[in-house]
Ligand binder design. Structure first.
Ligand code: MSP
Length: 510
């Protein structure tokens, strides 16, 4: 058993969550749940990023103070995560006193170590990104991501000596080949470092909505610079309850591809400057797209999608919590971009959930009802399904360990298909009641029991419901899976319930 500290990026609290933010959160949640199932001690952190100009602008536009505004929006994120059954252990808000304390301490150490100095900065700024662009990197003066006009900013700022870390970062990447995954993203970050690093401006005087710089209180820290430090705030850096030594060596950041430079370049350099090891691992996910564009609120504002079609809570009402989670985990490899659509959710739902999983549970409970007097028989120790079950457990475990929920679920569905084929081959519904039927149904119930364990990180409620229906007590998510997901533990003699369909089919428009 080990430890596993997983974080999502903290979401900008300028606007309510959408299914793109839910994507990263659901993936991190499933990974956290897998590690708990494996018996690891887990800390799962998410939260909201509440400083910066974008926030101050959004608050002013809506007639609120920044604090009032972020209070409301942060609450909406927490409500969305509750609706999606997210099992985070902590929710950080960057306006909390604990965060101010950690940021000021961490940056004072970097300052004392001589890596922060004062200079004048001018450049093209995108408020939505909260980032500067060079003219070459811009789209003829507009933001390449948001397509909005960049503004010219000139400020006297404090700078972080990022350039001093070029060699150390290259060295670090060479020594730690798995630092950033997938490899394509690792190579992207590495090339960026190799192309030369410029020092970065880390404070602002143009706004006051931020964490004050302890040695120069006219300045507040630039929002990205305070935001990254949230990962240390939650484990008590610079606070009384300091658990950095416990968690930091086991830290994993799950991040979207557009924020790789911050997490793969700035952040490890900041840690080095503070005399701390960099985060252990960064895994980069792609985007959910609509018509090839990154799904987001601007899209709704432009009329490309209806806001209600991309709101997480609305989607859980339409499709169910676990089906939505399943779709977000299963449709796209965690690392690639994928199209998001209601047709896509409907197709996944009908094929994988209604036809494969739901049908398996329904037909097994029906036959146990009619041929075994509703009592689940025990499995055979030498069933041909045993090998399929063991292969699925092994492949799913390997995939979860490697941040590949999609492959883990594929491996799980192989067991579901193998069990459906086993039933078709033996056709127990055509047999007379007796030992032969009992043997087939005991095997099928055992396979379903193992499926319930394997799907628990992705679909926690469905997993519990299946467990209950096949007459088991306790929880499928009891650790460690290495003891529970072994063939032969279905006790036999349990009452199997013939319930409502788990996944009533959704009529698609075609
Ligand atoms: N506040 C910063 C992160 C600071 S972390 C120290 C930020 N916030 S964000 O709200 O804009 O994005 C947060 C995460 O949501 C990013 O990883 C981003 O990739 C993800 N997503 C936002 N829209 C998304 C999609 N359409 N698809 C997949 N992920 C998306 O950046």
């Amino acid at each position: 058993m080990g430890r596993f500290y997983i974080t999502t990026p903290i979401y900008y609290a300028n606007d309510a969550p959408h299914v793109g933010s839910a994507y990263t959160t659901v993936n991190a949640d499933a990974l956290a749940r897998w590690h708990r199932l494996a018996g690891d001690e887990v800390k799962f952190l998410t939260g909201t990023d509440e400083h910066g100009q974008k926030m101050a602008d959004a608050a002013a536009k809506n007639g609120f103070s920044p604090q009032e505004w972020t209070d409301q929006v942060s609450k909406r994120f927490q409500e969305a995560w509750t609706a999606l059954n997210i099992s985070n252990d902590d929710f950080i808000r960057t306006t909390e006193p604990r965060h101010y304390k950690t940021v000021q301490r961490f940056l004072s150490v970097i300052y004392e170590n001589g890596f922060i100095y004062k200079d004048v900065y001018s450049g093209l700024y995108c408020v939505s990104c909260e980032d500067y662009y060079t003219l070459e990197a811009s789209d003829e003066g507009t933001c390449p991501i948001h397509h909005s006009q960049l503004t010219n900013m000139e400020e006297e700022n404090w700078f972080f000596r990022l350039s001093a870390f070029e060699d150390r970062l290259l060295d670090f990447y060479a020594q730690n080949p798995g630092f950033v995954t997938p490899e394509t993203k690792r190579n992207e970050a590495y090339s960026f470092i190799k192309s030369g690093l410029k020092d970065i401006s880390i404070t602002r005087t143009s706004i006051n909505w931020g964490v004050p710089v302890p040695w120069d209180p006219k300045h507040v820290f630039y929002v990205w610079y305070d935001a990254l430090i949230n990962y240390l705030t939650a484990i008590g850096y610079g606070q009384e309850n300091d658990e950095v030594a416990t968690w930091w060596p086991h830290s994993n950041h799950l991040i979207g591809k557009e924020i790789l430079r911050f997490h793969g370049v700035w952040w490890p350099a900041m840690c080095m400057a503070a005399g701390l090891d960099p985060v252990h691992h960064v895994h980069v996910n792609g985007w959910l797209l609509v018509g090839g564009e990154k799904l987001g609120k601007t899209m709704a504002a432009e009329g490309a999608v209806r806001l209600s079609d991309i709101e997480p809570i609305g989607l859980t009402k339409e499709f169910g919590v676990d089906p939505l989670r399943y779709y977000l985990l299963r449709e796209t490899a965690l690392g690639n971009d994928g199209e998001f659509s209601h047709e896509g959710i409907t197709a996944r739902y009908n094929t994988d959930l209604a036809n494969s999983l739901g049908n398996l549970v329904a037909r097994v409970s029906a036959v146990v009802g009619s041929k075994c007097a509703g009592q689940g028989p025990p499995p055979q120790s030498d069933s041909t399904l045993r090998l399929s079950a063991m292969a699925s457990v092994e492949n799913a475990a390997e995939a979860w360990e490697n941040f590949a929920p999609q492959r883990a679920l594929e491996a799980t569905w192989e067991l579901i298909s193998a069990t459906n084929s086993y039933l078709e081959l033996n056709a127990p519904w055509k047999m007379e009641s007796g030992l032969e039927v009992d043997n087939v149904m005991g095997d099928a119930l055992e396979a379903i029991r193992i499926v319930a364990i394997l799907i628990s990180p992705a679909m926690p409620s469905v997993s519990e419901e299946i467990w209950r229906r096949i007459g088991l007590s306790g929880s499928p998510a009891t650790a460690p899976y290495s003891q529970s997901a072994t063939w032969g533990l279905y006790p036999g003699g349990s009452k199997v319930e013939k319930g409502e369909p788990l996944f009533p089919r959704i009529k698609s428009d075609e």
